[in-house]
Design a protein around this ligand. Structure first.
Ligand code: GDP
Ligand code: CA
Length: 336
């Protein structure tokens, strides 16, 4: 295998890709060339405009993680971060300071916003930012592609007794960062998704891949939105490459994040098998061929096999690059 494409959200996807790259470099992935290239198609439906800046959380998390600039304790944003701008915005009583932007992180958003306003597309801007974060380490070995250059935003309907309709709709980031996903998500609305066009190179990256991986990313608001870009699901179903996924749910719980709330909002079962069946076997109208679950979910394997998937169990906690490379190897072996 020479070309691997990964459909990624932020933290879960980025950690997986780091392990995948580790495995490629170490030569521990079955059937994968040592000079294999990785194309990351990243979710952009979490993006938001805030303080006049365009912020792309998942693109940045992938970029910072692979470029060794991510604060691993927080799981987002930059290392060696300072917060002077945020403190001064708060001193002004400015709105939306619940969305924490560190000073270094702001530099990324300033460059992005200026380039977008100068007429560059999000794909072009992302490529320019990767000149700093990815190219020095990986050369042409890793590409990061936004799923679309169009504006797409996930919004969440929540209960609000003070509103005449009994409901209020907030941006996904407000639901997650400000409200900590502590109230039920009654409905998800993917604004702009049905009219979006796949970003340049996105469909080709799936058609031309030797392997497509669905990492342990959020199945609804990360991978689900990528799959919702018109045309993408069709090429995924048609590609000659095997498609393998890894469960983001271990023992009935999401490891971190809000996958439980999101799966519940779309009526999917919150379990390793539930997510595999939510994606579904390509042989039966779905989008994956193989589904790897954690060892604690080994009992789910027969149910997945009955649904036409290749399935197996292996440890899926991403504790280290080595451990995550072993996960990638197990997933590849499943469909290789
Ligand atoms: P986000 O955009 O930052 O929310 O990141 P992703 O969508 O890429 O991934 C978030 C999901 O990763 C979470 O909902 C978890 O279910 C999953 N996750 C995080 N850490 C781990 C881990 O160590 N192992 C597994 N299997 N899943 C994980
Ligand atoms: Ca995200």
């Amino acid at each position: 295998m020479r070309h691997i494409t990964v459909l990624s959200g932020g933290h879960g996807g980025a950690k997986f890709i780091d392990g995948l790259l580790h495995g490629i470099a170490a030569g521990t992935l079955p059937g994968v060339d040592p000079d294999a290239t990785v194309t990351v198609v990243a979710n952009t439906a979490d993006d938001l405009w805030i303080h006049g800046l365009k912020v792309c959380p998942d693109l940045d998390t992938v970029m910072y993680t692979l470029g060794d600039g991510l604060d691993h304790e927080r799981g987002w944003g930059r290392t060696e971060e300072t917060w002077s701008v945020k403190e001064d915005l708060e001193a002004y009583g400015a709105p939306n300071t619940w969305f924490g932007l560190g000073d270094r992180d702001i530099a990324t958003h300033l460059v992005r916003t200026q380039m977008l306003e100068a007429g560059f597309t999000l794909s072009q801007v992302t490529d320019a930012l990767c000149e700093r974060w990815l190219r020095p380490r990986y050369g042409a070995g890793v590409r990061l592609l936004p799923m679309t250059d169009d504006r797409v935003e996930t919004h969440v309907a929540i209960a609000d007794p003070d509103s005449p309709s009994g409901r209020r709709v907030v941006h996904f980031q407000e639901y997650w960062v400000r409200l900590h996903a502590a109230v039920p998500a009654e409905q998800l609305v993917f604004v702009g998704l049905d009219e979006a066009t796949p970003g340049p190179g996105v469909l080709e990256a799936i058609t031309g891949a030797d392997l497509v991986v669905v990492p342990p990313s959020n199945p609804v608001v990360s991978v689900g939105t990528i799959l919702g870009v018109p045309g993408l699901r069709e090429v995924l179903r048609a590609t000659s490459a095997p498609v393998v996924g890894l469960s983001p749910i271990i023992g009935g719980n999401h490891v971190r994040g809000m996958a439980e709330q999101m799966l519940t909002a779309v009526g999917a079962e919150v379990s390793a098998a539930g997510v595999g069946l939510h994606y579904g076997a390509r042989a039966a109208g779905g989008v994956i061929d193989g589904w790897l679950v954690d060892s604690v979910d080994a009992a789910d394997v027969p149910r997945l096999e009955q649904a036409g998937l290749r399935a197996a169990a292996a440890p899926l906690w991403m504790h280290s690059s080595e451990q995550t490379a072993a996960m990638a190897a197990a997933a590849i072996a499943l469909v290789g």
